[in-house]
Design a protein around this ligand. Structure first.
Ligand SMILES: [Zn+2]
Length: 263
């Protein structure tokens, strides 16, 4: 049976002189791996080799989900250009590769996530549009986009962290102005991967893995709209927390993580 779908390539490896094994994140099917026979031949039915971030319509045949499916058609949505603009900016490219790594790790084969597909496509489009903006504005915005994508990913796969109240005692996190930060010891707040969210000062002793958050980072996490106006320092703090969290969830540090923190 032939199946039509819309998909983004999240991994492509050479299989032979002329063929590739390609992992697609497909809108209706979810993550799938296919063999693209002859894709590296000069005149293939796929407009040349399929590269990471290639996006378009696919047709694949799959009679048995245990076996590798066969790609029969790939039609790029943007002609041959695709998201090639991403490679104009190394940091943007690394952030997109990191998001792809996480998407691959946190989704299962044939487990559809159409909302996550739409979010991922939007994320790549936004990232691509940032490549025309100069550093450092582009990398600050990229980091904010990455954080939002990562939180969206966690939500879609059922691992949404609790960021508005203490996971342990359910006390709501109260945002405060930054002016008195030095004196604000009563409002200490922590993030714990074990708890999957915020932990207040009264509960922190029970969670050995907790990391203390600055007031600014805690404010941002409890109101994600603040991310757009955040400084690089705050975004880096939040991203470091998320990388720690992904490391805990996966049991190892994601490969691309070391290219992400900018400070
Ligand atoms: Zn508490």
């Amino acid at each position: 049976m032939l199946i039509k779908d819309t998909a983004i390539c999240i991994r492509a490896v050479d299989y032979s002189e002329t063929s590739q094994i390609v992992t697609f994140f497909a809108r209706a099917a979810g993550k799938i791996s296919v063999i693209a026979k002859g894709s590296k031949r000069p005149k293939s039915s796929f407009d040349g080799p399929i590269e990471i971030f290639s996006y378009g319509k696919i047709v694949f045949s799959n009679s048995n989900k245990e076996k590798l499916a066969t790609l029969t058609e790939f039609e790029s949505a943007y002609g041959s250009a695709g998201f090639t603009g991403l490679s104009n900016n190394l940091f943007t490219l690394n952030c997109c590769l990191f998001s792809t790594e996480l998407l691959n790790k946190f989704t299962h084969d044939y487990d559809p996530h159409p909302k996550l597909f739409d979010d991922f496509l939007q994320f790549l489009q936004n990232a691509q549009s940032l490549t025309s903006i100069k550093y450092p504005a582009s990398s600050i915005e990229m980091l904010a986009l990455l954080i939002l994508f990562q939180l969206g990913l966690l939500k879609e796969v059922g691992l949404q962290p609790i960021l508005s109240y203490c996971v342990n005692c359910k006390t709501r996190y109260k945002r405060r102005e930054m002016r008195n930060e030095k004196r604000e010891t009563r409002n200490e707040v922590y993030f714990s991967s074990l708890a999957n969210g915020l932990i207040c000062r009264d509960c922190e002793a029970t969670f050995p893995d907790k990391v203390r958050l600055t007031q600014t980072a805690a404010n941002c996490l409890s109101n994600l709209k603040l991310l757009a106006e955040s400084q690089e320092k705050t975004l880096n703090e939040i991203e470091a927390i998320l990388i720690g969290h992904f490391t805990e969830l996966l049991g190892h540090k994601p490969k691309m993580a070391k290219y992400i923190l900018t400070l």
